[in-house]
Write a protein that binds this ligand. Structure first.
Ligand code: IPM
Ligand code: MG
Length: 357
């Protein structure tokens, strides 16, 4: 199989974690007889430095031409003072939107080897953590109007959270379909006691649910959900929610699995083309020091193999390789615990490559 992959390394630890992930993709290509061609493009702060904007047109075109896109992370203190509409993060939001990627899948799965690294009590962890947050990605308050104006001599800022029925329906359907392939439980997370958007989500969910009689559907307010995730994570199979709730809950969900550095994500639209990125940020404090955990990005590439290229066997091989190095006791600093071997980003990537070969 020949595939073209757009590669956006981004900022901070982005180049390091993506570098290790490309090594892993090459190990897969070699082992299974595939050919991946990479097109390196700029995004975020790196793009601002080169071109003045966080998402050059060339990057959008390159991603739309490719079969799929791999992204590291964007942002850093260097660009903290650039105006809001030109921040590195705008590049990320822009590419998600330009590619029409409305569905963001963020698995929260505990590798048993990392149980000690979870901040949760052992008896809670022992019940298992394996759920998936399906986050709406190109609507809601992230993409509604933003403005700051002066009213009666003081500044007033407003962010708008719009949701159209078709936007709600298509992400809910991803939630139902995903649940059908898992343990058939779907939780719609919202704030229907306060927000009109949430009440519309519930109305659409009630209608769409008729098409999925085998899925056990429940609703949960987002504040309660954030509590339930730490109290009893085993109750969840698939959570579907709007953009900002999904942003917040997916960080919480990742942390209880031991480290945010482990968690991949897939952003998908109507076709098979997707954008794959770890859910963590650019970690400028450890950038360039060979300390980052590349596994979130490597597992994102595994999701790409499965969801965009239909290479399930290869995807599983990458996951098995990650499992094996954890079994060997290799850990980066973010998930280090007693009795394990501390390794850097490169050594972790090398070990995963070796486990594939
Ligand atoms: C994420 C990140 C982004 C988001 C930021 C960097 C804009 O937190 O992917 O979760 O909020 O979507
Ligand atoms: Mg986030």
């Amino acid at each position: 199989m020949r595939k073209r992959i757009a590669v956006l390394k981004g900022d901070g630890i982005g180049p390091e974690i993506v570098g290790e992930t490309l090594k892993v993709l090459e190990a897969v290509a070699e082992q299974y007889g595939h050919h991946f061609a990479y097109n390196f493009l700029d995004i975020g702060g790196a793009a601002i430095d080169k071109t003045g904007v966080p998402l050059p047109q060339e990057t959008i075109d390159g991603c739309l031409e490719a079969d799929s896109t791999l992204l590291g992370a964007v942002g850093g203190p260097k660009w903290d003072n650039v105006p809001g509409d030109r921040r590195p993060e705008k590049g990320l939001l822009g590419i998600r939107s330009a590619m029409g990627l409305f569905a963001n899948l963020r698995p929260a799965k505990l590798f048993p080897q990392l149980a000690d690294a979870s901040p949760l009590r052992a008896d809670i962890v022992a019940r298992g953590i394996d759920f998936l947050v399906v986050r709406e990605l190109i609507g809601g308050v992230y993409f509604g109007g933003h403005k700051t104006e002066t009213v009666n001599g003081e500044r007033v800022a407003t962010d708008v959270m719009p949701y159209a029925e078709h936007e709600i329906e298509r992400i809910l359907r991803v939630g139902f379909e995903t649940a059908a392939k898992r343990r058939s439980r779907l939780t719609v997370v919202d704030k229907a006691n306060v927000l009109d958007t949430s009440r519309l989500w519930r109305a659409v969910a009630a209608r769409v649910a008729a098409d999925y009689p085998d899925i056990a559907l429940n609703y949960m307010y987002v504040d309660n959900a954030s509590m339930q995730i730490v109290k009893d994570p085993a109750q969840f199979d698939v959570i579907v929610t709007e953009n900002m709730f999904g942003d917040i809950l997916s960080d919480e969900a990742s942390m209880i699995t031991g480290s945010i550095g482990m968690i991949p994500s897939a952003s998908l639209g109507e076709g098979t083309r997707g954008l794959y990125e770890p859910i963590h940020g650019s970690a400028p404090d450890i950038a360039g020091q060979d300390k980052a955990n590349p596994i979130g990005t490597i597992l994102s590439a595994a999701m790409m193999l499965k969801y965009s290229f239909g290479l399930a066997k290869e995807s599983e091989a990458v996951e098995a390789a990650v499992n094996k190095v954890l079994e060997q006791g290799l850990r980066t600093g973010d998930m280090m615990s007693g009795g394990c071997t501390l390794v850097g980003c490169r050594a972790m990537g090398d070990a995963i490559c070796a486990a594939i070969g």
